[in-house]
Ligand binder design. Structure first.
Ligand SMILES: Nc1ncnc2c1ncn2[C@@H]1O[C@H](COP(=O)(O)OP(=O)(O)OP(=O)(O)O)[C@@H](O)[C@H]1O
Ligand SMILES: [Mg+2]
Length: 265
């Protein structure tokens, strides 16, 4: 069995004339922790959604856990999704459901378990993320950091082999962000899951990943270790990781491309 759990090959995605992904090449092996960095709007979330078939490519190929996602039927997609935990960028909790119902949603609807067994699993996952006893609360009464934790608890109920985090620290104060980084690392230790973290927070990337890939103008322009990115001579990478306004990347220009207009004959 291959150790390559995710593979994106020449992945392209356009929305109308806006080319978001323009030939992404990326592979993730079992046990790795990878951070994908890139400017806001560079297509990080779009890329991640392709891994689970939540978006389909304009061109190119996507594999996840040995399944060719482009051609998978719904049943196959369901099997892949069941083995992957997805922590959404904005937690994506159902406002009208309690924390317990949100975290146990997948089990309530798909698993062959009694409500008591589900209660037990949910409480175990809530405890793991530092939210014991919060099951009866409504999402509206949680802080931003608590919502992110509840989102992680929900991703953990399926005992995932891969955990995908979309911007786990965005919008959090530095102390809460540090706690979330610690939680990601702790989760990696006790689940041994392969981890992909999408972020524009360099501090979080360094803290939680051993390998960093940078997405820029639709492609991966750097892929290497934490030390290699610090030593990378590409001025675009240096500008991003050091957060400088000056450099080859125009901070006022969008981070996706427009298709060249066809000549007016
Ligand atoms: N469903 C969609 N329809 C049309 N355009 C979309 C859709 N989803 C994303 N886009 C566009 O794709 C581009 C990349 O969006 P994406 O959300 O992947 O960025 P991102 O890198 O995750 O940014 P951020 O760091 O702000 O989360 C943006 O220009 C966005 O407007
Ligand atoms: Mg995003």
């Amino acid at each position: 069995m291959t150790d390559e759990l995710i593979r994106l090959e020449n992945l392209q995605k356009a929305f109308g004339d806006t080319v978001v992904l323009d030939g992404v090449e990326l592979s993730v092996n079992r046990g790795e922790s990878l951070a994908v960095i890139g400017r806001s709007g560079s297509g990080k979330s779009v890329m991640l959604k392709h891994v689970l078939g939540l978006m389909m490519p304009t061109d190119g190929d996507v594999w996840c856990l040995g399944t060719h996602i482009n051609t998978a039927d719904l049943r196959e997609l369901y099997h892949v999704r069941a083995r992957v935990g997805y922590v959404f960028q904005f937690a994506a909790l159902f406002d009208s459901l309690t924390v317990r119902e949100n975290v146990g949603f997948f089990l309530d609807n798909h698993a062959d378990k009694t409500p008591e067994e589900i209660d037990e699993i949910v409480e175990e996952k809530l405890t793991q993320v530092g939210l014991p006893g919060t099951g009866p609360l409504m999402p509206a009464s949680l802080s931003g950091g608590m919502k992110k934790r509840a989102g992680l608890a929900r991703a953990l109920v399926g005992e995932p082999e891969i955990i995908l985090y979309d911007e786990p620290t965005s919008g959090l104060d530095p102390i809460t962000a540090a706690a979330v980084n610690d939680l990601i690392n702790k989760t990696k230790e006790y689940t041994a899951a392969t981890t992909v973290i999408i972020t524009h927070d360099m501090h979080s990337a360094y803290k939680t990943a051993e390998r960093i890939a940078m997405l820029h103008e639709g492609r991966i322009i750097f892929d290497g270790s934490n030390q290699e990115i610090r030593d990378c001579e590409d001025p675009r990478v240096q500008q991003f990781i050091n957060g400088r306004a000056e450099g080859p990347i125009d901070p006022l220009k969008g981070s996706t491309k427009q298709r060249p207009q066809e000549a007016n004959l």
